[in-house]
Design a protein around this ligand. Structure first.
Ligand code: FAD
Length: 513
């Protein structure tokens, strides 16, 4: 199920969005909603998920004003939501304010909790016209406001945090105390000369408790920092927790039966993975683009043309790819909507015996957990197969498949940091490819570079460690040593190995429907 395959669970203090609750959560919320749009297969999203979880723990007291949510755009049920919000790459973090979903502000990505927290505060403050109703005032206070504070506020304690303009501590502590009664927090800038002089403040930051009649005392803490202030203030006499964070229903999918494990041979290619990759690519990934034009349209045409020419699929799938291709190549309007493309993909022309099976059935690309492997594994496999197929059928342009892949990845592949890395490799060395067989070897060696970079990363499936591929067990002749004993690939052996491993006659058809 979508909920299970995702990177978060209900216990993470992160609201799990789905088509059933997205409207209630985003439109009617009294809090600003920070939403992470991710794809469960995207390595960077996996690497980021512990940061997002610790952000959720760190700002859990802010819930009435700021709530964190996440949605897995790789789950098919969710893809419409992600398309509606125009999500093209993962992870993307946006902040929505109640009543004012659009413009949905993009939160610049960051890997540390502290800077994400600061960015959230910046967004809250920049959205004054649609202030979340439950958000307390965050702007600095003045002598004039303090003078009449107890006339208008019925609280026992007023905490003043003195700090310079760049510090976020005052605003953070204000939000940390949001759900506590009998205490209010205000920040005072070091430039507020009247109050600074009156209280004799010399240290920034520092925190003072201010009482009716103008009495004050310094809040004693070990370290002048956010968590120490918040902890001490939450424990002042008379201060009690009151507010309950607004709760939303999370609609889990009832159908939570896990997919059965499909036993497979680790050293073979499965057609089921290739068809699953086509399904996800053509029905989910491309659907993120409402309209194709210019560069995107050219890339789409090249990709489909390469598939129609070299995908070594079942006749029913080939018929479909060929009919999509001939429709696409004849389209001269310079602009095609995804809807029009989908129409042809679902065979509106009623070409006999032409269809792409719905849904995914991963076999050789199964992971030990739902967020491992799958689609990106399928993308690599697909393009290895295509370069090999172009080589054996004698394509005319050595770069035909690789430049289609390069364009696909650059324009459509949801994992944006992956696309950037891949583009760098292409810029660096794709021009060295001068034959169909060197295209096969280029993709093999770049894939190994990626494997090398990702070995040991959080996105690595522990049951399928990244290796320099193929292993000596798979192809001992591929490995040799230099004179000094260092490892060397024996390319004369690697090439025939690849040509045979990815050839259409070696592809297994188990598990096809
Ligand atoms: P994969 O690396 O996906 O390989 C799939 C299968 O291909 C393997 O099981 C094996 O049978 C075979 N194989 C392995 N190595 C080779 C080789 N050298 N030549 C031929 N076949 C081989 N993830 C990130 O976290 N960061 C990135 O920057 C990143 N960039 C990517 C760029 C592209 C273009 C793609 C398609 C994916 C990228 N990924 C990235 C995802 C990552 O490379 C893996 O696809 C993902 O982690 C799943 O790994 P896997 O274990 O299924 O093996």
């Amino acid at each position: 199920s979508a909920a299970e395959a995702g990177l978060y669970t209900a216990s993470d203090q992160i609201l799990l969005l789905s088509p059933g609750n997205v409207e209630a959560a985003l439109i009617n919320s009294t809090a600003a909603m920070v939403v992470e749009f991710y794809a469960s297969w995207c390595g960077h999203c996996i690497a980021f998920s512990p940061v997002y979880k610790s952000l959720a723990r760190d700002i859990k007291e802010w819930k009435p004003a700021v709530n964190l949510a996440a949605i897995d755009c790789a789950a098919e049920d969710n893809r419409k939501v992600c398309t509606n919000y125009r999500i093209r790459g993962y992870p993307t973090i946006k902040v929505a304010n109640s009543e004012n979903i659009i413009p949905f502000l993009i939160l610049d990505f960051s890997r540390d909790v502290r800077s994400l927290r600061h960015k959230i505060i910046d967004k809250l403050e920049s959205h004054v016209e649609a202030w979340p109703p439950a958000c307390p005032p965050l702007e600095p206070t003045s002598q004039a406001e303090i003078d009449i504070f107890f006339e208008t506020n019925n609280v026992q304690h007023l905490a003043l945090i003195f700090e310079d303009a760049k510090s976020y501590i005052g605003r953070e502590v204000t939000l940390d105390l949001l759900q506590f009664e009998n205490v209010a927090v205000r920040r005072v800038l070091n430039t507020e000369a009247g109050l600074v002089t009156k209280l004799g403040v010399t240290e920034f930051p520092s925190c003072y408790l201010y009482y009716p009649g103008g009495n004050f005392t310094r809040l004693p803490v070990n370290i002048e920092a956010r968590t120490f202030y918040s902890y001490a203030l939450q424990r002042l006499p008379g201060v009690v927790r009151s507010g309950r964070p607004p709760s939303f229903t999370t609609f889990f999918h009832i159908n939570t039966t896990e997919e059965p494990w499909r036993p497979f041979n680790k050293s073979r290619v499965y057609m089921s993975d290739l068809e699953s990759t086509l399904h996800y690519s053509l029905r989910v990934e491309l659907a993120a683009q409402p309209v194709f034009k210019g560069e995107a349209l050219r890339s789409l045409k090249k990709y489909i043309s390469v598939l129609a020419k070299y995908f070594p699929g079942r006749p029913v799938v080939m018929n479909l790819l060929k009919s999509v291709n001939s429709w696409l190549q004849n389209e001269t309007s310079g602009q095609i909507s995804y809807e029009a493309f989908k129409d042809i993909l679902e065979n509106s022309a009623q070409i006999p015996n032409a269809a792409l099976p719905e849904g995914v059935r991963w076999v050789g690309c199964q992971g030990s957990q739902p967020h491992f492997r799958r689609y990106p594994c399928g993308v690599w496999t697909l393009f290895h197969v295509l370069t090999v197929q172009a080589n054996s059928t004698g394509g005319s342009d050595p770069l035909e498949v690789l430049s289609a892949m390069r364009n696909y990845v650059q324009n459509f592949f949801g994992c944006r940091p992956c696309a950037e890395h891949f583009e760098n490799m292409a810029m660096e060395s794709l021009m060295e490819v001068n034959s169909l067989s060197s295209a096969v070897l280029w993709l093999w060696s770049r894939h190994n570079r990626v494997n090398n970079r990702l070995a040991g990363a959080l996105s690595e499936d522990p049951k399928f460690p990244k290796i320099q591929w193929p292993s000596p067990e798979m192809c001992s002749a591929c490995h040799t040593v230099k004179e000094n004993g260092e490892h060397r690939w024996n390319r004369e052996q690697v090439l025939p190995f690849l040509l045979s491993y990815f050839s259409s006659s070696s592809i297994l058809t188990d598990y096809l429907e």
